[in-house]
Design a protein. Structure first.
Length: 213
């Protein structure tokens, strides 16, 4: 990103290039999370090139950066900073005598509220992006259920309450370095809330040879 034509309207591709530089800087420790989030929000709302330039002026050029392999956290191989940031998507789901699903490449907001009343809901975060490093999912299950599937490297904290129902905390535990933190709260009354760590889609389970006799 240069100072050429600062008054020219910025393109989506230019905003994404700046966002990529910011994510790399976060992974390298050049930016803390607050400054990263502030610059990222500014980048996505920038109208001109001149607004983008100051966001990366004090960061090294891409050619000066270390090999991307050095930035991959151990475990799943996910480059978490690349999946954190950007505007969140839908902030609530309602299963009223029915159901709702949030799956695939959606962006999980900082706060998501799931309500299941005589119905059910599914939140699959395995392919999702995250608006912020910490996500709070509030679940209210009354004679219904909510199922949450997270990637294996994510930190999970469960603070829910089950009354004549279940609030499963078996997936609770620490995550990988740089991974998002998912906090699940709320209550289940004659219903259930489950959180499980799911293998990334397309990756076979151990022992699955892919064919059956």
């Amino acid at each position: 990103m240069t100072d050429d034509l600062p008054d020219m309207r910025a393109s989506d591709a230019e905003r994404e290039r700046v966002a990529d530089l910011l994510r790399d800087a976060l992974a390298e420790g050049r930016l803390d999370m607050d400054e990263f989030q502030e610059r990222l929000d500014t980048a996505y709302h920038a109208r001109t090139r001149g607004e983008l330039v100051p966001l990366v002026r004090d960061l090294p050029a891409p050619a000066e950066r270390p090999s991307p392999a050095a930035e991959v956290p151990p475990g799943t191989g996910t480059r978490w900073p690349e999946r954190i940031g950007g505007p969140g998507g839908s902030r609530w789901g309602l299963g009223l005598l029915g159901g709702f699903r949030r799956v695939g490449g959606w962006t999980v907001p900082r706060l998501f509220t799931a309500v299941a009343f005589c119905g059910g809901g599914e939140l699959d975060l395995r392919e999702a992006r995250f608006e912020d490093r910490e996500t709070v999912i509030r679940c209210f299950a009354v004679m219904g259920g909510v199922k949450i599937t997270v990637p294996p490297g994510v930190e999970v904290v469960s603070r829910g309450l089950g009354v004549m129902g279940g609030f499963d905390a078996t997936a609770e535990g620490p995550g990988e370095r740089g991974a998002p933190r998912v906090v699940v709260t709320g209550f289940a009354f004659w219903g259930g809330v489950t959180v499980e760590r799911g293998r990334a889609k397309g990756v076979p389970e151990l022992g699955d040879g892919g064919s059956r006799g």
